[in-house]
Design a protein around this ligand. Structure first.
Ligand SMILES: C[S@@+](CC[C@H](N)C(=O)[O-])C[C@H]1O[C@@H](n2cnc3c(N)ncnc32)[C@H](O)[C@@H]1O
Length: 289
């Protein structure tokens, strides 16, 4: 039998955490009844950890629907992706991209067709950037890759097998609603859109759609998790605003070289902070502050 591939993100996602995993993994508690993530995105930590049970969430309904299709009908998805792969040209890309312009026709697509469209566009658009305009239409341009990896069937099957084995529960709601539902004994990883270094406090404008009012809401949720006995680890940009906000928690600064801006040209080293509400003993046992 062929060996199962190692689990890894199946979409390119801005803010993906693969480079930060060596810093995050040693800080995780070993004792958790359920692994939870409020801002799942590409899910780098979920795959690295392969927990026994998981509840995961992202406000982006398209990516969550893709994961649900992988869980429930991975063979249907692989077949639909093969069709896109065989038809792949710049013209086909723009044709598939335009499907959401006709709302009624788009709604008639099956979950498999929508998931395959989302994944095909993600693998072939410029930089894997998921961008929609004010009308909600996907508008990232064509990526000009010589040989894009449109369908990796062994990886998709391995991810599907894991989603079923761990009975992963998916939701697409605001983080505050998701966090309210977590049970004591759970551990939650929080990886929100990063605080923008140049952002002015309390403006509603934010390039990520996640402003300082959202960062403050998230901090309140963290206090609430602590009061309910739920451990969390949060990653964010180490801006003065974030460091002051979480000064009562354990903060660990790390240097990472990765994409933090949506523009590829702005890649560069950034300081990030890992915030926790628990301490880990050398035995691996961890306790809340
Ligand atoms: C930094 S990314 C997470 C990256 C992920 N850890 C990975 O490895 O790919 C932040 C995610 O938060 C999601 N998001 C933005 N606002 C949100 C909200 N209010 N509630 C829940 N998720 C939200 C975005 O859709 C995005 O996927």
């Amino acid at each position: 039998m062929p060996e199962q591939p190692k689990l890894a993100p199946i979409v390119k996602w801005v803010g993906g955490k693969r480079q930060l995993l060596p810093e995050i993994l040693p800080l995780l508690p070993r004792d958790m009844s359920c692994y939870c993530e409020a801002f799942l995105g590409g899910g780098a930590l979920l795959y690295a950890l392969e927990p026994h049970r998981a509840m995961v969430n992202d406000l982006n309904a398209d990516i969550i629907e893709l994961y649900q299709v992988i869980k429930n009908d991975v063979e249907g998805l692989i077949t639909a992706l093969e069709e896109h792969k065989n038809a792949h040209t710049e013209e086909h890309f723009y044709e598939v991209r335009s499907w959401d312009r006709d709302a009624a026709a788009f709604e008639r697509l099956s979950p498999v067709q929508k998931a395959a469209r989302f994944m095909y566009l993600n693998r072939t658009c410029y930089n894997g950037l998921h961008r929609v305009n004010s009308k909600g239409y996907f508008n990232s341009p064509y990526g000009r890759y010589v040989n894009p990896n449109i369908v990796n069937a062994p990886l998709l099957r391995a991810v599907s097998e894991f989603f079923n084995r761990a009975q992963v529960q998916f939701s697409h709601e605001d983080f505050a609603d998701f966090l309210k539902r977590l049970e004591p004994g759970s551990f939650v990883y929080l990886d929100p859109p990063y605080d923008q270094v140049k952002e002015h406090a309390f403006t509603s404008y934010s390039k990520t759609g996640f402003d300082r009012a959202d960062q403050l809401r998230l901090k309140q949720c963290c206090d609430d998790l602590t009061a309910r006995g739920i451990k969390f680890l949060l990653s964010n940009a180490a801006t003065p605003f974030i460091q002051e906000l979480y000064q009562d928690y354990s903060c660990h600064i790390v240097h990472a070289k990765r994409l933090v801006n949506s523009v590829g040209a702005k890649r560069g080293p950034v300081e990030e902070v890992l915030v926790r509400n628990y301490a880990t003993a050398p035995s691996g046992q961890s306790s809340l502050f």
